[in-house]
Design a protein around this ligand. Structure first.
Ligand code: C5P
Length: 220
């Protein structure tokens, strides 16, 4: 069979990662978490003492860190210059600064290039999740899905993940990050015209997975 390319986009807390990993595992495809790559370069910028408020400073060093993503959905790995950063990229410090770093065009162009080469190398095909996969990174994807959910549902899911985090505070932080991601100039968070929109507010994770698996099978 031809490799199948699946793009899954949407705001934070819609279940993109859980869905994408499960769909890839179920169908024997590779998996790429592009948010993890933006988090990894943000972690490197913060650790290197780069001023996050200064897009020129960020642009000047955007090509420096070596970011390596493992594409096994059962063991997705991420490293920067050989250091495993899987845990380090999930901190509040990185989360609150990732939108500023990922808005810089030089950051986006080099990460986009990485994403395209990983997608091209996936022999069976790949599920790529992010914000601009269907619109910019892989505009010729075989299937594009745009996941949405109410702000309440998204905040509740995220606070559940963060174990005991304040739902109201999580909701505010999510809304702020989505607003930043949607309003940036270079390849903002957006639904591609040919994407299938799935509102996950009233769906269980299992239902969302089943829905996307069915959509992929229809394309194969
Ligand atoms: O998906 P996740 O919440 O880990 O993404 C972290 C951040 O990375 C997003 O808020 C966004 O700023 C950035 N991102 C992006 N483009 C993508 C994926 C993520 O700009 N394709």
């Amino acid at each position: 069979a031809q490799p199948v390319i699946v793009a899954i986009d949407g705001p934070s807390g819609t279940g993109k990662s859980s869905t994408s990993k499960a769909v890839a595992a179920q169908l024997g495809l590779s998996y790429l978490d592009t948010g993890a790559q933006y988090r990894a370069i943000t972690w490197w910028m913060v650790t290197s003492g780069i001023d996050i408020e200064d897009p020129t400073a960020i642009a000047a060093v955007a090509g420096k860190p070596e970011i390596v993503s493992g594409t096994d959905p059962l063991d997705p790995t991420i490293s920067v210059d050989g250091t495993d950063v899987a845990a380090a990229i999930r901190t509040q410090e990185v989360t609150s600064q990732v939108s500023a770093v990922s808005a810089v065009p030089e950051v986006r162009s080099r990460i986009t290039e990485l994403q395209r080469s990983l997608a091209a190398a996936a022999e069976q095909g790949i599920v790529v999740e992010g914000r601009d996969i269907g619109t910019t990174v892989l505009p010729d994807a075989d299937l594009k899905v745009f996941l949405t959910a109410s702000a309440e549902a998204r905040a509740a899911r995220r606070s559940g993940e963060l174990k005991g985090a304040d739902v109201a505070a999580t909701r505010e932080a999510l809304i702020k990050r989505d607003a930043a991601d949607s309003s940036r100039k270079t390849s903002p968070l957006a639904k591609a015209d040919d994407a299938v929109e799935v509102d996950t507010t009233e769906l269980t994770l299992a239902q969302v997975i089943e829905c996307v698996v069915t959509l992929v099978e229809e394309k194969r």
